[in-house]
Unconditional design. Structure first.
Length: 372
């Protein structure tokens, strides 16, 4: 009898250990994917994949989660969610927020446990849960985006912790400075003209274009059979065009993505543009809307900021601002892009100075006063 009890005890202990280990076998890959820059914004996607069986019922559903990131908040601001997946939709009891908390971008997933069970996830499926977008305040800086593993916490709907495997980062300085990306539908032949303009390129061998009728890059199909040659490394403005010969359907919105490919094989994807054929065109051109030339402060000591705009000219195009004294002598020259330039003065006397902005389509002179 003792032997039977001992065997039963051993089996019971093994069973309990197995049950406990099974109850905590909740693992997931969480990843940063498709980090990209477009039209003054930096964005990235948050993905999750259940890598084992979380259990039955709502154990397979997400509960409260905090997704924390490190990022260069000196160059990025105003985080917002531009995409929320059906698996965490408010109609299913979820509240989703995005903010900078203690210097870190954070996305939170909160489930109303009292009234909802959550939406079950399927093991092995890579779910795109969120797209986060931030405003770029310093175009020359790196994003420095990667996971804050210490503070990120993922729980399922019964409020049991999930063990995370962190994948990917968004620490990028994209090799292409994109100034325009447009799609124009041709009503006569049913084709679509895709145009883009780069203000600079670094080690770029070429480009690929992707199209989908869903605003999710992973669903896109490549529409160019051969890579579209780039210009390597250049700071010159370059214009590109590709004709999409596939006939698009009226009443459907299509999305296009531009992918740049570097010499080392690394590729980067830029945010989508959309086109509905009957509307004729879509996309963006980062150009000036009006002519403007002014400076502030004025009068000034030490330095002044010159603000300019040339209607329909790309903001990324280089301009030259010339500074003259009252005798008409050229005393300084400033090169500028994106509408602002700073003139620092340390070796000129007090007096009136003139600054001139001249291009093939614009010529304006303004006056300013330097005081010591």
């Amino acid at each position: 009898m003792e032997k039977k009890i001992t065997k039963m005890g051993v089996l019971l202990i093994i069973s309990l250990v197995f049950i406990v280990s099974m109850s905590y076998a909740r693992n997931a890959d969480i990843s940063i994917e498709n980090a990209m820059i477009s039209d003054g914004y930096f964005s990235w996607e948050i993905h999750i994949t259940q890598t084992d069986d979380w259990g039955s019922g709502n154990r397979k559903a997400l509960g409260d989660c905090s997704w924390y990131f490190y990022a260069n908040i000196n160059a990025l601001s105003n985080p917002e969610l531009t995409y929320v997946a059906p698996q965490v939709d408010p109609s299913e009891g979820y509240t989703n927020t995005c903010a900078i908390i203690a210097g870190h971008p954070e996305v939170t997933t909160d489930l109303d446990y009292d009234n909802y069970d959550g939406v079950n996830l399927t093991q092995g499926i890579n779910y795109h849960l969120y797209t986060v977008r931030m405003t770029i305040t310093d175009p020359s800086a790196q994003s420095d985006l990667y996971w804050d593993e210490l503070n990120t916490g993922i729980f399922n709907a019964p409020d049991q912790e999930v063990i995370e495997n962190y994948i990917g980062n968004g620490d990028i300085t994209l090799p292409v400075e994109l100034s325009a990306f447009t799609a124009t539908y041709n009503f006569e032949n049913g084709c679509t003209s895709i145009n883009w303009t780069t203000a600079s390129e670094t080690d770029v061998i070429g480009f690929n274009l992707y199209r989908s009728n869903c605003d999710d890059y992973v669903t896109g199909i490549k529409i160019n059979s051969d890579i579209i040659d780039g210009h390597g490394t250049t700071t010159e403005i370059n214009h590109y065009e590709f004709i999409d010969i596939d006939h698009l359907s009226y009443g459907t919105t299509y999305y296009y993505w531009l992918q740049s490919v570097e010499l080392d094989g690394i590729s980067n994807v830029y945010s989508s543009i959309s086109l509905t054929p009957e509307e004729g065109s879509g996309g963006f051109i980062d150009d000036f809307e009006d002519n403007i030339l002014t400076n502030y402060p004025n009068p000034f000591k030490g330095s002044t900021t010159i603000e300019y705009g040339i209607k329909c000219r790309l903001k990324a195009e280089l301009v030259e601002i010339r500074i003259y004294n009252v005798a008409g002598q050229l005393v300084d020259t400033i090169e500028a892009r994106y509408g602002t330039a700073v003139w620092n003065v340390d070796n000129l006397p007090t007096g009136v100075y003139f600054y001139q902005l001249k291009t093939e389509s614009y010529n304006e002179v303004k006056k300013m006063m330097l005081i010591k």
